[in-house]
Design a protein around this ligand. Sequence first.
Ligand SMILES: O=C(O)CCC(=O)C(=O)O
Ligand SMILES: [Fe+2]
Ligand SMILES: [Zn+2]
Length: 638
Amino acid sequence: MEQIPIIDFSLFDQIDCSKEIKRASETIGFFYLKNHGISQDEAKEFFDLSKEEKLKYTVNENYNGYVSVHQEMLDPSNQKIGDWKECFNFGKLHDEKPRSQILPPYFEGKSEFINKFEKKCHQLCMKILQAFAIALEIPPEEGGKNWFEQRHKYENDSGDTLRILHYPPIKHNIDEKDIRAGSHTDYGSLTILFQKDIGGLEVELPSTKQWISAPVINDCVLINIADLLEYWSKGLFKSTKHRVVFNDDTVKKDRYSIAYFCHAENDAGLDPIPSKYLENLVPLNLEKGISYGVDGVKKPSTAGEHLIYFCIEMGGTQSTEAKGYGYHVLRVQENSPAYTVGIEPFFDYIVGINGVQLVIDSSYLQEQLLLNIDKEVILLIYSTKEQEFREVSLIPNRDWSSNSQDGLIGCSIRYCLYESTNENVWHILDVAVDSPAEMAGLVSMTDYVIGTPHATLRNESDFYDLIDVYLGKPLRLYVYNADFDVCREVIIVPNHEWGGEGSLGCGVGYGYLHRIPKTNKFKSHEQEFTLPWDASPQETRIESSVPATTTNLTNYQHYNPENDTITPTLYHVESNNNEQNAEFFTPANLQPKMMNIERVSNESENIITSEKVGINDREIEEAFEEKVILNEKQGKQD
Ligand SMILES: O=C(O)CCC(=O)C(=O)O
Ligand SMILES: [Fe+2]
Ligand SMILES: [Zn+2]
């Protein structure tokens, strides 16, 4: 079986050493270094402080600070409980610059030592990266052996982190799923790992997927390649999965380790390393987000963007993001019951009513509303913006509107999947002067295009196709502004004649990094939602085989139409839609709940002066039918 090689770093100046490092990085992604020049110090004293003391320094938004036992779960798909470890992350402790992190008094006294240690680790990483540059034969005109160093300068901001770890002993019987650190890869360029006395680290061989042990070897540090370097090298270097397991002989012992995560500077572009060894390799997909400049040209991702993604993930948003089916709220009528309780179009999904989860598209929701006219019902709502469930209670009724066509709660809905919906938005980046984007009033950085009445935008390219079709013509966009937490309608005329590059004149970002930020405005409702559902409203209803979408929904029953005892003819769908995605509660003529914006006067045809922007009903109807309408009607209206 393959073994993790031991490389003697005192031989650094000989070419063999860099070749060996390259070979190890291409195959296992891990190697031991002997004679690396750093002596390891004990982290134990910090972890011996009281829990209260340590919790005062819980990780901040940059992921610096204290992480308590079980707070981190590195392998959520296989773990039942978080990692059996606690750790403390130090950001870079510059001596020249003010520190971004407040240190516990315990470390304050040792900050000089920590700073020195970090610098030594960084220097060691630079030497290893030099070995990579030599082995990859980066041409001198590109930077030669200094290519990596130029992108990892200590004084520049980066995600460099020193982490001390403590894995407490376990006294009771452990579950087979219990693990000290779940399987994961590291995030930056390189990691130096200092192990001491107690083993348990395992590495998954990329070739065979077998887990092998990475034992403690005296006087050696362990180096591993991390994700950024894998991406940068088009996958030539392997960012290998690793984990820390309990062994019979170590489970009752404390384990301490130290990791130094070396990252590229935030501004470092991630275009591939200039090396002949990469020429025939296909770039890996980062899939975290794409940005386009004002000129419409794709910008390379940077190490900093990559890092933001990491901080979002580790900050825990991943665990709250839910996936499942529900009724997407497309419109909310002003002064309707839904409006009054703050149901938000676009972001909200109705996923349950009175304790029953709506896992199947059926007439159940309508029936329940009809059965409860003038009585209170409780709707379970999932917000893709807040990534949160909440309950609202409202009274379906016909009194709120004089129009008999209006629905009972005043929402237009469509049954669909609610996963990553708020990633399918187009983030407005820099807006160029006098560009169509500026004239349309688009706001740089805080505006997000969330849709259009003309078409259903299902993926990134749909947006660009739409712009092409509307070249020289007014295009209506629904735009969300994160500062004001409000939606409005914008009319833009994409064109190439405005005098700058691109047809919109603004940079656009798409994907995970460019999703709509949470506002946490429903946080205060959390209490309300955790109340258990005690009613079992339909005794005859049987659990459907569809699993609950999230653990939050365990108190919800599943509605199964096959066991329905309610006569389905109670409700008549008043809609001219024929598809199963009928628009149940839509009145024939309603004004969209879009903010009316003041528009700056201008001769240009795409500017409407201080005027309320309404949307034609037919347009909306058709958008809801998910038909892409890209033609004649537009001319008529504008
Ligand atoms: O403690 C160890 O041996 C490994 C820690 C680790 O892999 C990490 O923190 O990323
Ligand atoms: Fe790791
Ligand atoms: Zn963005």
